[in-house]
Design a protein around this ligand. Structure first.
Ligand SMILES: *Cc1c(COP(=O)(O)O)cnc(C)c1O
Length: 487
């Protein structure tokens, strides 16, 4: 038999075994509960040995099917030891990517139904639930009812969508039709602290990184300077360029830098620019009225994104994108080939026209389960706890002469470093912290120098976990710091 012969198949091929599916579903639910119950005992970060998993896998796909038991055994044996545990209560790195229990259950339901939610007609209840739950979220965030929400897969996609609107508006809607060659030179403005997704949006939209003006920041919250924005717009206009939009941020990734939205949005709008606010992480905290001063003035924005999939507990992917005039977005992104026309169903929302991909998952379900199960009261209390615990830890580190606080807490994020040590020493210290395994932190650069980031936001974190983090930091900083240890 030649090597490429088709494998023998029984006739008829067996149908999917839904009894076995139900058994495995129960087993996986039990396994998942155990995993979470015992998560505190695992090291947070995966051991870093590049290539280890691939070396253990067969080079080619199997020709004959395998049993679920065999696949499952390899998950435990090969995959689990190589994972960083993002749901670990002592995950203090990056930003949280929480998956709260009701959200996991909703995702399980979504995986079973696997509906496509591109048009109202392809999943009417999913579309209407999305509209409704995002209006709940809008109210929870204190945004005016002029805003209409859509769930994007990520904040990066929302920012890209907003930048595409900036481009089309500024070109009088000619970009999609004519392409960009021969058009004027578009200019975008953002903070020097803005997330990398802003620059990528400028690339992908065909505007180019060189036309993304990074405004200098100032003040305790490291806001982009409104005077610098006005000056940049004026000089760009004088040079014949076309100012198209402002991407402001609330709670930027490195240190939580937050723009003075009131001043910046007013300056941008006075010049006719489209405005987008990236509050991917900090947006979740805006369910607490006491924190809303951080984005004071946000109601003037055209577009706002925040990620319930970070701090709020709806698991990835769930980016809530609020728009004052969804028509601008639809005009930039809608395409209507015959097979997508929904005759007789006018007056409904087809959310595929609000986002770059056509296909869409049923992402509203997890937000609905989450908001109903916890209620805003629980979620607000959780976020306030995290903020308080982060601030208490910052005070504790400030009191230890081995440390200096580099940037003050913005909500639950602050940065610090070993006092009087160079960048290499900071990185070596970070390696020791993360190899120790009790906690996981990441670094950033502040004014060119390495600082260690600490954010509290895991759904399961307790005050004791944050205290333990302080104990680990004190203990590991206690002795002399070895540099260049290469670990
Ligand atoms: C996390 C983050 C992003 C990117 O979010 P995705 O949903 O992963 O695309 C963008 N901006 C800020 C400020 C962030 O914190």
């Amino acid at each position: 038999m030649p090597d490429n012969a088709a494998p023998p198949v029984t006739d008829p091929r067996p149908a999917p075994d839904w009894d076995a599916f139900a058994d495995w579903g129960r087993r996986i639910a039990d396994w998942g509960a155990d995993y979470h119950r015992n998560l505190r005992d695992r090291p947070v970060r995966a051991p870093l040995t590049p290539g280890r998993l691939r070396a253990a896998l067969p080079p080619s796909p199997p020709e004959a099917g395998e049993t679920m038991a065999a696949i499952w055994a390899d998950l435990d044996r090969l995959v689990m030891p190589g994972l960083t545990h993002w749901q670990h209560p002592r995950f203090f790195a990056y930003f949280p990517a929480n998956a709260a229990p009701p959200s996991i259950l909703a995702e399980f339901v979504t995986a079973i139904l696997a509906p496509q939610c591109m048009l109202w007609q392809t999943s009417p209840a999913a579309t209407e639930l999305e509209t409704h739950v995002l209006d709940w979220l809008r109210q929870a965030l204190g945004l005016p009812d002029a805003f209409h929400g859509v769930i994007q897969d990520s904040a990066s996609s929302a920012t890209l969508a907003a930048v595409l609107v900036m481009r089309e508006r500024a070109l009088d809607w000619a970009g999609n039709r004519e392409g960009l060659s021969g058009q004027g030179r578009l200019r975008l403005y953002t903070s020097a602290e803005a997330h990398s997704s802003v620059e990528r949006a400028a690339w992908i939209a065909g505007i180019g990184a060189e036309n993304l003006v990074r405004l200098p920041t100032a003040g305790p919250l490291r806001s982009a300077d409104p005077a610098a924005l006005r000056a940049a717009i004026a000089s760009d206009r004088a040079a014949g360029s076309i100012p198209a939009g402002l991407i402001a941020c609330t709670g930027a990734t490195g240190t939580g830098a937050s723009d003075d939205l009131r001043a910046l949005l007013a300056a941008a709008r006075a010049e006719g620019l489209y405005t987008h606010v990236d509050a991917a992480w900090a947006g979740s905290a805006m369910i607490c009225p006491d924190f809303r001063s951080l984005w004071d003035g946000v109601e003037a924005a055209d577009s706002v994104v925040m990620n319930p999939h970070k701090w709020l507990g709806a698991q990835f992917d769930c980016a809530a994108h609020f728009l004052r005039a969804p028509e601008d977005l639809v005009r930039s992104l809608a395409i209507r080939p015959e097979y997508l026309k929904t005759h007789g169903a006018d007056g409904v929302i087809d959310y595929s026209e609000w986002s770059v991909p056509l296909g869409r998952r049923f992402r509203a379900l997890k937000l609905w389960f989450l908001l109903r199960f916890y209620g805003l009261g629980y979620l607000r209390a959780m976020i306030r706890d995290h903020v308080r615990w982060a601030q208490a830890l910052a005070e504790r580190l400030r009191a230890n002469p081995r440390f200096e606080i580099v940037t003050e807490p913005v909500l639950s994020l602050f940065t610090f470093r070993l006092a009087g040590e160079d960048d290499d020493a900071q990185i070596a210290f970070l390696s020791r912290i993360n190899n120790d395994g009790h906690i996981y932190l990441t670094q950033t650069r502040v004014d060119g120098r390495i600082a260690l980031r600490f954010q509290v936001g895991a759904f399961a974190v307790t005050a004791e976990d944050v205290q333990l983090a302080g104990d680990v930091l004190d203990a590991l900083a206690g002795g002399p710091v070895m540099t260049g240890s290469g670990d």
